[in-house]
Ligand binder design. Structure first.
Ligand SMILES: Cc1cc2nc3c(=O)[nH]c(=O)nc-3n(C[C@H](O)[C@H](O)[C@H](O)COP(=O)(O)OP(=O)(O)OC[C@H]3O[C@@H](n4cnc5c(N)ncnc54)[C@H](O)[C@@H]3O)c2cc1C
Length: 596
């Protein structure tokens, strides 16, 4: 028998998949999958973001959806086949009646171990870009024709006044702006409102020393990559300016200084009534789709310590901290031990303050350099680019792995990180710092996906703690504030001129309850987290980030956010769902684990 190459294997498997799906033959389709396989689908079959675990869940989905969506044109992407460690993988293209998509398969022993299918565009309604770009000028000559500037001015004046937006996005940070840019190219009338005076202010108003913690290659926004002379770690003011420029260049409709006050869905008109205060004036908007892009947390979580009013110094939540300039030579206590707490300690120390961090429970720390070398650079780096992994391809590669598998992979990488940085961790522990690597040692990204907190990406503050330059009180609670400072559970009192509460944020659900209603918040349920059953991520296992970028329990309500990499990739997925509804396409959702 002639030797079968990896490519032959994938070709043969894809041909069987195509034939069994075209014949709507579910038993034959299932026979192509390993019993413990995973199928991650982004819209193409489920009109949601869903991971199906095992043959039974795959069978249920196919029974529900295959009749409408038999795919066609399944074709291997040339040159994408790889084989390693007994796994053969490759990328392929496909179409359904409505969508064009991209897929990825991993085969083990000739059967599918993981399948990934993602919608890329709606057929006949593709982005107005490249060959589809508008002409810009009408042919010939015409009296009184409006200039681009006049058209833009009129369109800005009309949206939200004489024309209702189809989609209203509350929050014009990176999430809101990236989604608006996608929707703009899909010609869905979209308005962004943000409480702050200028796009980018959410970054600008943070403490002055802040730089992004992820390297630049992971942080590009859709369509407009950062210039390639920009530094690896971007300062927050530069990021703020970039977002403002982005809103302008992508011709977005943004109402700044506009705070959303309340929202209610009217089932009769199938539109929202959203009350906003725009520069002091109340305006009610009536979009069909409402997106909350207000950051994945609710309001700052400020613990109410007894005696808080008696404290003689200054105190603030980390979100209101600006700079340590006024605290040279003065005593400062930072309560908390995650990202913001560390950065604020470092900023205060740089300004000559005498700083103490109070750590209540363990924190995951990973050095930015090591994270980059061991994990991020595989997909996002100059080396990855040189190896032909574009930003778009890196995003697809990251998405192709079901979250259940990511945890296993990360555990192995964290074993390597802990070995490489053993001396660093040893010094930190000797200084009294309580460390963890996630409940099951699966590391930072998994902790981020499960609970969005509980870690620090070390860009320098850990050294200050290890060396004692920043004092540390760990394993203690704050029992009360006194006029002179902070009283701890071991009876010690830390003298303070400034107390910073780096105590995190309320969950997103609380903000939904406040803006819309407690009933809708309950209907939507927990936001973020995979259902891992670990702390702050209650089970059952969902396998996808709850309620993120996909249909929620409330009609017409969507949640947008995440880090820049997620924002770049999932803004397309969310935009396609909103576009499909604007076009009036059928969008039957199959998400039994997500929607319950
Ligand atoms: C030290 C540090 C380093 C970080 N480094 C990175 C990094 O490298 N990469 C990364 O991706 N992330 C990083 N982050 C996380 C980053 O802050 C978030 O990823 C990002 O802010 C999320 O963007 P967003 O658009 O979802 O929300 P936000 O940026 O929080 O924007 C939300 C917007 O909603 C507006 N808003 C809120 N309520 C209302 C209302 N009622 N009406 C109108 N508008 C409202 C706010 O004004 C704000 O502009 C870092 C964070 C810290 C603290």
């Amino acid at each position: 028998m002639p030797h079968r190459t990896s490519e032959d294997q994938v070709q043969a498997w894809l041909a069987c998949l195509a034939a069994s799906l075209a014949a709507r033959n579910i038993p034959d389709t299932l026979s192509l999958f390993q019993p413990d396989s995973h199928w991650r689908d982004l819209l193409s079959f489920t009109w949601s973001i869903v991971t199906l675990d095992g043959r039974e869940e795959i069978a249920t989905m196919l029974t529900a959806r295959l009749f409408d969506t038999p795919p066609a044109g399944i074709a291997l992407e040339p040159g994408t086949c790889r084989a390693a460690d007994g796994v053969v993988e490759a990328w392929f293209g496909f179409e359904t009646a409505q969508l064009r998509g991209r897929g990825h398969v991993r085969l083990k022993d000739g059967l599918c171990w993981t399948l990934f299918t993602a919608a890329v565009e709606i057929k006949g309604h593709e982005e107005c870009a490249g060959a589809r770009r508008p002409r810009g000028v009408a042919p010939g000559v015409q009296r009184g024709r409006p200039s681009w500037a006049e058209q833009r001015r009129d369109s800005v004046a009309a949206l939200g006044a004489t024309q209702q937006p189809d989609c209203l996005i509350i929050g014009g940070g990176q999430g809101g702006l990236a989604l608006a840019a996608r929707l703009n190219r899909l010609q869905v009338p979209t308005l962004v409102v943000d409480a702050l005076p200028r796009p980018g202010d959410a970054w600008r108003r943070r403490y002055r020393s802040l730089c992004l913690h992820d390297p630049i290659w992971a942080n590009h926004l859709p369509y407009m990559p950062f210039p390639d002379h920009w530094p690896v770690y971007i300062s927050k003011d530069r990021m703020g300016d970039w977002l403002e420029a982005y809103a302008d260049i992508m011709e977005l409709h943004v109402w700044s200084s506009t705070r959303a006050l309340k929202a209610a869905f009217d089932p009769a008109s199938r539109r929202w009534n959203v009350e906003v205060e725009r520069e002091g004036r109340l305006v009610t908007l009536h979009p069909r789709q409402l997106v909350l892009a207000t950051g994945m947390s609710g309001a700052p979580a400020l613990p109410h310590f007894p005696g808080a009013e008696s404290f003689h110094g200054a105190q603030c939540h980390s979100s209101a901290y600006d700079s340590g300039a006024a605290y040279a030579g003065r005593k400062c206590v930072v309560i908390g031990s995650n990202n913001s707490a560390h950065d604020i300690c470092a900023d205060l120390w740089e300004h000559g303050a005498e700083v103490t961090m109070v750590q209540r429970s363990s924190t995951l720390v990973a050095r930015a350099e090591t994270l980059f070398r061991v994990i991020t650079s595989r997909l996002f780096s100059e080396a990855a680019l040189a190896a032909g992994i574009t930003t778009e391809q890196a995003d697809f590669m990251a998405a192709s792995r079901p979250f259940a598998m990511v945890a296993e992979l990360q555990r192995a990488l964290y074993r390597q990180i802990r070995a490489e940085d053993a001396e660093f961790y040893d010094r930190l522990t000797k200084a009294g710092f309580m460390l963890d690597f996630g409940e099951d040692d699966t590391g930072l990204s998994i902790k981020y996906l499960r609970r969005g907190s509980g870690y620090y990406i070390d860009v320098g503050a850990s050294e200050l703690i290890a060396s004692g330059a920043v004092a540390l009180r760990s394993g203690v609670q704050v029992t009360r504030l006194r006029p002179e400072g902070v009283e701890l559970s071991d009876g010690a009192v830390l003298q303070a001129d400034l107390i910073v509460h780096a105590t995190g944020y309320e969950p997103m659900e609380s903000w939904i309850a406040q803006l819309i209603s407690p009933e809708v918040a309950a209907q939507v349920g927990h936001v973020w987290g995979l259902g891992s059953g670990t702390r702050l991520d209650p089970g059952p296992w969902v396998g996808e980030l709850r309620n993120m970028w996909k249909p929620t329990g409330q009609d017409g309500l969507w949640l947008m956010g995440g880090n820049l990499q997620q924002v770049r990739f999932y803004s397309r997925i969310l935009a396609l769902q909103i576009q499909a509804r604007a076009l009036g396409l059928a969008t039957p959702v199959h998400d039994p684990k997500g929607l319950g």
